[in-house]
Design a binder for this molecule. Structure first.
Ligand code: SAH
Ligand code: SF4
Ligand code: F3S
Length: 502
């Protein structure tokens, strides 16, 4: 426990801290979550599950339901790892589960509504199975408002923990089981980096690897810096060892995860080692493909571009969120770059990595966005030639600066802008697919097509989905496919020979 956590714990013991909520009671606070210390995060390698509780899940079943981004999916792999170490095995349905944990996302209101809807439906199971332990974790549980809401309206939730204390889960489950009382423990400030948590990876072809945690950007609309804490980079030697291990196990693709991977290493006090250095080192590892998400344009430096230009296992796809094409809006979003800087970066990337595919994230209807400012976004979309995008209507997040800005764009205008933007993005997507017609590409085969098991499905280095006829024995391999036709949402092709290219 650090000082701030101790302080919170003391607060929690004060009279307002409802006595029926046990000693495990610690609510998050957005004011604490905003704070940033200058210290480099400590790395711990001493995670252990006490022998006495190792079998508490024996004969019982878990179900982890994950919402949100890849970071959350990857956190769930640790939660599953812990549940399995406690003896739990996987449940095939909610009905057969003894432990259900919702790993939640707070990025937009509709993400939260989905979770509350699910919690409402789960009440019925608590009635039929009173021994069920129901837990909520992830980004929503880092929000004060959400924890209060759960305490008031969803009193049948047994366990609430946050993004910073997943490693304490064995103890929380134990106490929820033994004490038959609610365990609510959310830390507002980031914990340490725990290197040796168990993880059960959910795939054997592609793997996620965290390179950093947290975010210090504070884009004015975004809740993530509050829910994930300060930027903390993992040590390069730990990342490299993990990826070497994945390569030895036969993984074909690794995705490096961070909210702002381009800021990797900036928190190190004892060394000069940034994202470009990491890519250069990973480029030497014998794993066929390395991707990363997400990039922040402001921190995308020359060393990183030079590393990507080497290609090899570094693929020709970059997800580069722009959010808006208008300088005034970008400023109010606190994105710290201009349209011109962004376009220059795109030109540099295209020059260094010929044929690179660029995708993005865009928000429409940011408070005060005018039609003219939205037009700047549309023209930027045309100019960059994005080959895909995640597009969103602005959703106010309590505690963030943008939630306090006057939201003067009508619902109808927001929807209309989203539609027009999506049309432009879809045109780019189709053009991006079309350019591969007639070409032979490398496809990492991930499985059979959903509708037809003689058809294989996989992705190219540019992250294009390809469907083609082939044998299931090719799953997990990289094969050569000639693209015959660009369809609306995928590429159709034919396998050209039986040689795998890796
Ligand atoms: N760290 C990443 C991803 C953050 S969340 C990045 O910086 O790009 C993914 C996307 O959700 C963001 O890029 C943004 O487009 C969108 N988003 C975040 N907060 C939002 C909000 N309050 N309303 C609407 N969209 C939002
Ligand atoms: Fe949110 Fe901005 Fe950080 Fe991305 S970079 S997580 S959008 S604050
Ligand atoms: Fe959602 Fe948290 Fe990811 S808010 S997008 S799950 S970092």
């Amino acid at each position: 426990m650090n000082e701030q956590q101790k302080e919170l714990s003391l607060q929690a013991n004060q009279p307002k801290a409802e006595k029926d909520y046990s000693r495990y009671f610690q609510r998050p606070s957005i004011n604490s979550a905003r704070k940033r210390s200058r210290e480099q995060a400590h790395v711990h390698r001493d995670f252990v599950i006490e022998q006495s509780i190792k079998n508490i899940g024996k004969g019982k079943k878990y179900l982890i339901q994950t919402y949100g981004c890849q970071m959350n999916e990857h956190d769930s792999e640790a939660i599953i790892g812990i549940a399995e170490e406690l003896g739990y095995s996987k449940a095939e349905s909610q009905e057969e589960a003894d432990l259900i944990i919702l790993n939640t996302c707070a990025i937009r209101e509709n993400a939260e509504n989905r979770v509350f809807g699910e919690l409402g439906r789960l009440k019925r199971l608590k009635r039929t199975n009173p021994d069920l332990i129901l837990g909520v974790c992830g980004c929503m549980s880092q929000e004060e408002k959400v924890v209060n809401q759960i305490m008031e309206k969803y009193q049948y939730v047994d366990l609430v923990f946050g993004t910073h204390n997943i490693y304490r889960l064995p103890e929380y489950i134990h106490n929820a089981l033994m004490g038959k009382e609610r365990v609510i423990e959310v830390w507002s400030q980031e914990g340490e980096i725990i290197e040796n948590m168990p993880r059960t990876r959910q795939g054997s072809i592609k793997a996620w690897v965290n390179i950093m945690y947290g975010c210090d950007e504070f884009c004015t609309y975004c809740i993530v810096p509050y829910t994930r804490g300060k930027e903390r980079s993992r040590l390069p030697e730990d990342i490299i060892a993990e990826i070497q291990h994945l390569a030895a196990e036969g993984y074909q693709e690794v995705t490096l995860l961070g909210q702002n991977v381009n800021a990797y290493g900036k928190d190190f006090k004892d060394r000069e080692y940034t994202f470009g250095d990491l890519l250069n080192d990973l480029n030497k590892i014998d794993v066929p493909r390395i991707r990363f998400t997400t990039s922040h344009p402001r921190d995308f430096d020359e060393k990183t571009i030079a590393a990507l230009a080497k290609r090899g296992n570094l693929v020709e796809h970059i997800h580069l969120p722009v959010q808006s094409g208008n300088n005034e809006v970008l400023k109010r979003m606190n994105r710290k770059y201009t349209r011109e800087m962004y376009l220059q970066l795109v030109r540099d990337l295209k020059a260094a990595i010929p044929g690179v595919s660029i995708t993005t994230d865009i928000i429409v209807g940011f408070p005060g966005e005018t039609e003219e400012q939205f037009q700047d976004t549309l023209s930027l979309v045309e100019e960059v030639g994005y080959e895909g995008a995640f597009t969103f209507i602005f959703s106010p997040r309590e505690g963030t600066p943008a939630a306090r800005m006057e939201d003067n764009v009508s619902e109808a205008d927001k929807k209309d802008r989203l539609n027009r933007l999506n049309e432009a993005i879809n045109r780019g997507f189709r053009a991006g697919n079309k350019r591969f017609e007639g070409q032979i590409v490398d496809v990492l085969v991930e499985g059979t097509s959903k509708n037809d098991d003689t058809m294989l499905a996989g992705y190219t280095r540019h992250n294009k989905l390809v469907n083609f006829k082939g044998d299931a024995s090719k799953i997990g391999q990289i094969v050569n496919v000639k693209i015959t036709e660009a369809k609306t949402w995928h590429l159709a092709g034919e396998m050209v020979n039986d040689d795998t290219t890796n």
